[in-house]
Design a binder for this molecule. Sequence first.
Ligand code: NAP
Ligand code: ZN
Ligand code: ZN
Length: 348
Amino acid sequence: MRQTKAYATHAADSPLVPFTFSYRDPGPEEIEIQILYCGICHTDVHQARNEWAGTIYPCVPGHEIVGRVTKAGVRVKKFKPGDLAAVGCMVDSCRGCASCKAGEEQLCDAGPTFTYNSPDKKHGGMTSGGYAEVIVLDEAFALRLSKSLDLAAAAPLLCAGITTYSPLRRWKVGRGQKVGVVGLGGLGHMAVKLATAFGANVVVFTTSPGKTSDALRFGAKEVVVSKNEVEMKRHLTSFDFILDTVAAPHDLNAYLELLKADAALTLVGAPAQPLPVAAFNLILKRRQLAGSLIGGIAETQEMLDFCATHNIVSDIELIPIQKVNEAYDRLVKNDVKYRFVIDMKSLA
Ligand code: NAP
Ligand code: ZN
Ligand code: ZN
């Protein structure tokens, strides 16, 4: 066992502070990664502040991890020391249930082992995330990353990228379709870039008129300020698909009525409170309301390879770890363009 420097929070109302924890030597199928960059997902804030309940302290958040392999176990096949490697929201799963066998480990019957704040079924204790110098995990849950991508800007692909790529693929978003993205934050701006790359005509719904020019730069054809009812009504019954990335309570009915018959509104944003739905908004046009959780490991690799081919990364603000609490406050105030990424050199 060795020690790594990290940042952890010790209570829902406490800031993140310097912390050290022990990590194991990699087993035969495991790799050790020196973390170079870690993105800050809104989930980190929900978890650090116990907004979803169930956070076990101390908690080291972080699940948008890019780094370099420093050690590889004897049976490791995909990586050797010196290679780039990336880690997203999961580090293990049961591997035997139907979902795991289908490559959808995020839907594992036993529940996947998430990268942080998750009981580690194999090694005991709780998992610790990417606001640290080092992570050790099974190579089966580590991703390969192309050298061609900007490494810091690629980190958010590991959660914001796959969380939007997966539902866009599942609902077969493609050329000529009219696709809505609700909320232009970390997830939302990736959804706009990806849906545009798939050939869709993207309309962004935002509460922030000041984000209009950025939305158009990311590829959106149109931007609607969602507080403007007249603008909203112009789009009634016209969308093939809408992806909702909003992290706070908001009115789903205003978006359901914009869907065509049989089309889906899929939630990836996860407000802590229940959201009321008018049944008739679903019944009348046989519309669907769905949810989606990150994506499987194979699909995450497919997404990273797609982004390397199409040169798609996140728009980021790189910060030293000492600014993480300020970054959390700004994220909650909707003041980030469009993802904070921690430069892990600052931990040394
Ligand atoms: P984020 O960067 O904070 O973006 C959320 C966006 O929602 C904001 O930029 C804002 O966009 C909009 N928004 C914020 N408050 C709002 C309000 N009161 N009413 C309407 N819109 C509001 O967060 P993120 O990192 O993209 O994460 C978004 C959500 O997805 C979080 O709840 C997170 O936990 C969840 N998440 C889910 C998964 C999954 O697998 N399903 C994975 C990762 C994250 P505008 O300024 O454009 O309005
Ligand atoms: Zn996330
Ligand atoms: Zn499983």
